[in-house]
Ligand binder design. Structure first.
Ligand code: NAP
Length: 315
């Protein structure tokens, strides 16, 4: 039996696993998809203290190796339910396995927010993407758009601008949440055009392009253009792009655990900097927690805090 079950193998969960192992306890990490969480989608991490520059994937790999070499067990199975079982918590998975431990750390992160417009799902993988690192290489020499104004959008746009012929940055207002330094670097790029106060209102496939007067040859089943609408004037503009990278933030996925930890109205698990939830023995770490700053550094910090609190609880 493990001492601490950690749900999620992103930066918060793996940092927690490292701290649990180093405290002499046994960690079991349950991960629904693949290790690394959102950071694997980040081309270059340049704001993690002590590391000048590293790809998100390499960072995730290093964390995973560090945790597993310390003895943390990682099982790739989705935790779907947690129930109290005498003095233990029992975590039940999608494959109907169950694991028990006195303490659980929820480190479920968050998933990409969708635009919610027509054909978004149908064109995902056919020009629409949520991951520039994963899919950017397919668009070498082509025109693409990035939607969003946070760090993910700015870093994606920077990454894509190195390989794509043109990058439109479509953002719904003039101010950006992303770091001013990255914004300035993007503004200096000749192949980057900002389309501000605008929202993406329509996705057009190759088959639709004739309708809007394009003479180009396009795959009828792939994205060929997007329509953006100016929020001030209401005017529509067609941008002929073969790729749209949607980077409009994340949403937590904690509904499965709502009966063991209080959620705020947006679905984040309510806890302060001590990472303690309202259930004794249930802790929370990383982007799924109510907090102001969601960064790699704060995810790692939460992992350490939650792990040490969980180990103290286990005794
Ligand atoms: P974010 O900071 O929440 O930014 C989301 C952006 O999308 C905002 O500009 C927002 O506009 C826009 N947006 C939200 N909903 C929208 C909608 N329905 N339609 C159009 N636009 C919409 O998300 P993020 O960039 O993914 O970053 C998430 C967290 O990870 C942040 O804390 C970020 O700093 C961090 N991060 C860190 C690194 C790093 O450390 N290297 C890299 C990437 C991300 P408004 O501004 O108008 O709300």
């Amino acid at each position: 039996m493990s001492d601490v079950i950690i749900i999620g193998a992103g930066p918060a969960g793996l940092s927690a696993a490292i701290y649990v192992q180093r405290a002499g306890k046994q960690a079991l990490v349950l991960e629904a998809m693949t290790f690394g969480g959102q950071i694997v989608n980040t081309p270059e991490v340049e704001n993690y203290p002590g590391i000048k520059s590293i790809s998100g994937f390499d960072f995730a790999m290093a964390l995973y190796e560090q945790a597993t070499e310390l003895g943390a067990q990682v099982v790739f199975d989705k935790a779907v339910h947690i129930v109290k079982s005498d003095k233990l918590w029992r975590v039940v998975t999608a494959s109907e396995a169950s694991y028990e431990a006195p303490a659980v750390i929820l480190a479920t992160g968050a998933k990409n927010r969708k635009l919610g417009i027509e054909r978004e799902d149908a064109l995902t993988g056919f020009g629409v993407s949520y991951c520039a690192t994963c899919d950017g290489a397919f668009f070498k020499g082509k025109a693409v758009a990035v939607n969003g104004g946070g760090n993910t959008a700015l870093e994606d746009a920077m990454f894509l601008s190195n390989a794509c012929s043109k990058v439109y940055v479509v953002h719904r207002r003039e101010g950006f949440r992303g770091e001013p330094q990255t914004l300035e670097a993007l503004r200096a790029k000749e192949n980057v055009e900002f389309v501000l106060n605008a929202t993406v209102t329509r996705l057009l496939s190759g088959a639709d392009l004739a309708e809007v007067g394009s003479s180009g040859v396009h795959d009828p089943n792939r994205l060929a253009a997007i329509e953006v609408t100016d929020k001030m004037t209401g005017e529509d503009r067609i941008l002929e792009v073969e790729g749209l990278f949607i980077a409009i933030g994340q949403e937590p996925e904690n509904r499965d655990f709502a009966d063991v930890a209080e959620l705020d109205p947006a679905g984040y698990i309510v806890a302060g900097e001590d990472c303690m939830t309202n259930s004794p023995g249930i802790f929370v770490a990383g982007d799924c927690r109510t907090k102001q700053v969601r960064q790699l550094a704060t995810a790692a910090s939460d992992g350490a805090v939650a792990a040490l609190a969980a180990c103290a609880y286990v005794g």
